[in-house]
Design a protein. Structure first.
Ligand SMILES: C[S@@+](CC[C@H](N)C(=O)[O-])C[C@H]1O[C@@H](n2cnc3c(N)ncnc32)[C@H](O)[C@@H]1O
Length: 207
C-alpha cells in the first residue's frame, strides 16, 4: 500500500468513529508526552523567548489536528495545520467546528504548498512524526523536506521536531549548516547493550 493511502484510510476510520461515536482520534506519541502537554509547554517557553508575545505557527503533517487543539490560539497570530490526507483535514475541520476553534486547516502536500503558505514566513514550524513518515519514503526526500522547512521559516524562527526514528545527534547532523540546535525536551532514558537511548526526541532548531 502506498504510504499516502495508509494515512488516508487510517484517518477515514477515525473520521467515521468521530461522526458515529464522537470518538477523538489519536495524537501521535501521546503516551510519552503527557497527551501532548509536555510539548505544548516546551513550545510556550520558546514562544515567549522568541517574541515575548505572539507569533505564527505552522504544523506540517498535522494529522487529525488533535495536538493543535491543545495550543492556546490567543497566544498566536495564526495557527495553520497542513496535511496531505483529505480525511485527516476533514476530521480536523469537523472537530474544530465543534470546538469553535479559530485554527486554519489545509489539505496539501508539503512538497507542493500553495503560495498562501510558501510566500509567508513562519515563526514556529512544528513537526511531530512527519519527518519520520517522510523518511520511510526515502532519505533524499528528508533533505528536500528539510529545505522546505528552512525556506518557510522566518529569521530566528524555530523548527520544533519530534521523532521516534532519529536520535538527537542524528537530527543535529542532518540539519547541520541549515539550522542551529537550540534546545531539547527530555524523555525517560533506557539502557540497552551498553548504549543509552530515549523512546522519543523533541528538539528545537533555530534559523
Ligand atoms: C505519524 S503521523 C503524525 C500526525 C500528527 N502530526 C500527530 O502528531 O498526531 C504523520 C503525518 O504526516 C502526514 N504526511 C506524510 N507525508 C506528508 C506530505 N508529504 N505532505 C503532507 N503531510 C504528510 C501524514 O498524512 C500523517 O498525518
Amino acid at each position: 500500500m502506498h504510504q499516502r493511502d495508509y494515512w488516508e484510510s487510517l484517518y477515514r476510520e477515525e473520521y467515521d468513529s468521530f461522526i458515529k461515536y464522537n470518538l477523538y482520534g489519536e495524537d501521535w506519541f501521546e503516551q510519552y508526552t503527557d497527551g501532548g502537554r509536555k510539548i505544548v509547554n516546551f513550545i510556550d517557553i520558546l514562544r515567549i523567548e522568541y517574541t515575548g508575545s505572539q507569533c505564527s505557527f505552522l504544523d506540517l503533517g498535522c494529522g487529525n489536528g488533535q495536538f493543535l487543539f491543545l495550543l492556546d490560539p490567543t497566544k498566536f497570530t495564526k495557527i495553520l495545520g497542513v496535511d496531505y490526507s483529505s480525511s485527516a483535514i476533514e476530521l480536523a475541520k469537523e472537530m474544530g467546528e465543534k470546538k469553535n476553534s479559530p485554527i486554519d486547516w489545509l489539505q496539501a502536500d508539503v512538497f507542493a504548498l500553495p503560495p498562501r503558505v510558501s510566500n509567508d514566513e513562519w515563526n514556529i514550524i512544528h513537526d511531530k512524526g512527519t519527518l519520520d513518515a517522510i523518511e520511510l519514503q526515502g532519505t533524499k526526500l528528508v533533505r528536500d523536506y528539510l529545505q522546505v522547512v528552512v525556506d518557510l521559516l522566518a529569521p530566528k524562527g524555530y523548527f520544533i521536531v519530534t521523532s521516534c526514528n532519529k536520535t538527537l545527534d542524528e537530527l543535529v547532523s542532518i540539519l547541520d549548516g541549515k539550522l542551529s540546535f537550540y534546545r531539547n525536551l527530555t524523555y525517560p532514558v533506557f539502557r540497552f547493550g551498553g548504549q543509552e537511548g530515549t523512546v522519543l526526541v523533541t528538539a528545537a532548531f533555530v534559523k
